[in-house]
Design a protein around this ligand. Structure first.
Ligand code: BF8
Length: 658
């Protein structure tokens, strides 16, 4: 599906025009020139050995080894899930190393910011807290977490946080996750030439690896990040390329890790560096983010976001980015030749990710984190002095983020009685029709942000509470949907809830590893009672309208395995096999109570979402959803807004907190 329209983001369109005038290529122009390989995109290219690559284009055709379409499509899906699970989990592992280094005194710039969460995580992992200092406990929790990635025996400790019924399903389907490293290795082994060949058997292992990601690697990544940098609470900031400042040094952090970017934020406030910036003619140092590093910093520190995945090149095209600091994942290789055309310093920092070209290499070390961060800022300041023409699109939108599941529970129940009861009651009464999670990327083969926006708007209009993560959440932020005022676009029931609780109709829950927060929330909703004994009864759906990364496939699979149906849009990478297509929808529904479907059209995704939600409501014996039943209040929206006090959220975790 190649869209005529390239983006609905006015700032992206403005920068694209400049890029075109200057003859600069971007992902948009490259996608237009480079047609997707029709065989690969259908999942029908097998390159797992060198007798091929085999292209199964004719009906009944098999590969040189005899592999069928079913085998090839299933193997390709499984390998993609392994890639995605590896990305999330390897990220989580590094956070554990930081926690251990902190406890051993090797990471002096870090401290435990959420000791309560540390104690809770110790409980999940069976680590005793008795007689331990915070640092001592951090070390033990770090080591126990690390052990979860590579444990050779037993099962992932965190999987016990899932509803009991889900765990029973996993045991029965033989997908109970053991350890994420092991599950990924086993996928690679099973899909090696001449090994596992039965499509459903291959996909069994794919599901086990995905569950190990969701309930293991990703959940540990989220929890350890919260321990180190604070559990997010509602916080207001801004989203859009207009967050770049013409008269300040602009430093963009891009990628996925909070570890060095948190230090970079501190470095931007360093008096000496601020003086240096002023000496070069800048009025200050402005830090902004792109992709999930941005989400990590927005959620906890309120750092503004310049854009999502497809904004990364366009930010440089503004001529106003003095340094772009990249760590891991979703970083386009094209950034290096592009930044070469500008004054921008492209700084690579991860020991796992380097880029060819004129880049600055500042490899992250825990023991010198702040020192490296200051060096990064210094590069940005030096580059500022070399700026040429600057064209910053003048558009930025206020947004509220920070909705960890802990904060949602707090906002629904209060400090002493945090609970999801209000959510469950609202679904039971029909005030809320259900819930949806919209997640995932941008993909230049579909109109940038259009799917995220259109689906989110339609769902809230239909009284579906929406939670978002990743680039989808950034898209919602750009168009004002993360502000409480967006409740004006919500259906009557959802609007009443937003008014009462003081939340936007769309809740930003974090980065892509933070989809694990959604799993925890669903487990707590089930434990609260009234809308199902397991997640496969809860009226909720997951959607990925503009996905492109392997991580999206891992997320979709673990969400399905956890009982919530998922709808992904273009591209349908299992279309090459009807058998596999049916298996991951109907077959997985039999095993886990939820299936994975690919639907290309946005409106059809919405229709199907509501159909699933309504069917689940009916199965629970709840009354059919009726939009006319609630919101009988005679106060109009305009009257309410005139009388309303402005909604101001305090930043709960400050950088100076102990
Ligand atoms: O992990 S949503 S484009 S940035 S992969 Fe990448 Fe996709 Fe964005 Fe975050 Ni997630």
């Amino acid at each position: 599906m190649m869209s005529e329209k390239r983006s609905i983001d006015p700032t992206a369109l403005e920068a694209l025009e400049i890029a075109e005038e200057l003859g600069i290529g971007t992902a948009f122009s490259r996608a237009a020139k480079m047609k997707a390989c029709p065989i690969g995109s259908d999942g029908l290219c097998c390159k797992n050995c060198s007798m091929g690559p085999c292209r199964l284009v004719k009906p009944g055709q098999v590969g040189v080894c005899g592999a069928t379409r079913e085998t090839v499509v299933a193997r390709n899906l499984a390998r993609a899930i392994a890639g995605g699970a590896a990305g999330h989990s390897d990220h989580g592992r590094d956070l554990c190393y930081t926690l251990i280094a902190l406890s051993e005194g090797h990471a002096p710039d870090y401290k435990v910011r959420d000791a309560n969460k540390l104690v809770r995580v110790a409980g999940y992992l069976g680590v005793s807290t008795k007689g331990k200092s915070i640092e001592g406990l951090a070390g033990d929790v770090g080591r126990a977490s690390l052990n979860e990635f590579g444990r050779q025996e037993g099962t992932i400790a965190y999987a016990k946080r899932a509803p009991q019924k889900q765990q029973e399903n996993w045991q029965e389907a033989r997908v109970y996750p053991r350890a994420v490293d092991r599950e990924i290795v086993e996928i690679m082994h099973r899909t090696h030439i001449g090994n596992d060949q039965k499509y459903d058997h291959i996909l069994q292992q794919a599901m086990r690896a995905a569950l190990a990601d969701g309930w293991g690697g990703s959940m540990l990544a989220t929890d350890v990040s919260d321990i180190l940098f604070g559990t997010p609470a509602a916080i207001q900031s801004e989203v859009g390329m207009g967050v770049l400042e013409e008269d300040q040094v602009n430093i963009i952090v891009h990628g996925h890790e909070p570890t060095l970017s948190e230090m970079t934020l501190i470095a931007t406030m360093d008096p000496e560096l601020l003086e240096l910036a002023k000496s070069k003619g800048a009025t200050g140092i402005n830090l902004a983010g792109i992709c999930c590093t941005a989400n990590e910093l927005l959620m906890r520190q309120g750092v503004p976001i310049a854009g999502n995945f497809l904004n990364q090149e366009l930010a440089i095209v503004t001529g106003a980015v003095d340094a772009m600091v990249v760590d891991i994942q979703c970083i386009m290789q094209a950034l290096a030749p592009l930044s070469d055309k500008y004054h921008t310093r492209l700084i690579t920092t991860s020991p796992k990710a380097d880029i060819e070209g004129r880049t600055v290499r500042l490899e992250f070390e825990e023991g010198r984190a702040l020192e490296i961060a200051k060096e990064i800022v210094r590069h940005g300041i030096e580059a500022f002095a070399e700026r040429k023409e600057v064209n910053i699109p003048q558009l930025k939108t206020p947004a509220v983020a920070g909705f960890s599941h802990e904060y949602i529970r707090y906002s629904l129940g209060g400090a002493y009685r945090g609970t999801f009861r209000a959510f469950n009651d609202a679904v039971m009464a029909g005030r809320l029709r259900g819930a949806a999670a919209i997640v995932g990327c941008n993909n230049p083969r579909v109109c940038h942000d259009e799917g995220h926006l259109r689906i989110a708007k339609e769902l809230i209009k239909n009284d579906v509470l929406v939670v978002e993560t990743g680039c989808s959440a950034i898209a919602a932020g750009k168009y004002g949907l993360l502000m409480p005022e967006a409740m004006a676009e919500a259906g009557p029931g959802l609007r009443e809830i937003c008014e009462t609780v003081g939340i936007p109709p769309i809740l930003h829950m974090g980065s892509c590893v933070d989809n694990s927060r959604i799993l925890t929330m669903i487990a707590e909703i089930v434990a609260e009672g009234g809308i199902g004994d397991d997640a496969s009864q809860v009226p909720a759906v997951g959607l990925a309208p503009e996905w492109m990364s392997e991580k999206a496939l891992s997320i979709a699979s673990y969400v399905v395995g956890s009982g919530i149906p998922v709808i992904m849009s273009y591209p349908n990478i299992v279309i090459g096999s009807e058998v596999v297509t049916n298996y991951i929808s109907e077959g997985w529904t039999k095993l886990f109570g939820a299936g994975l479907e690919f639907i290309e059209e946005w409106d059809e995704m919405v229709r199907r979402t509501l159909e699933i939600i309504d069917a689940r409501r009916e199965a629970l014996g709840l009354e059919p959803y009726d939009p006319k039943r609630f919101a009988k209040s005679t106060v109009t929206w305009d009257e309410m807004m005139v009388n309303a006090a402005p909604v101001v959220f305090e930043q709960v975790v400050s950088l100076d907190d102990d």
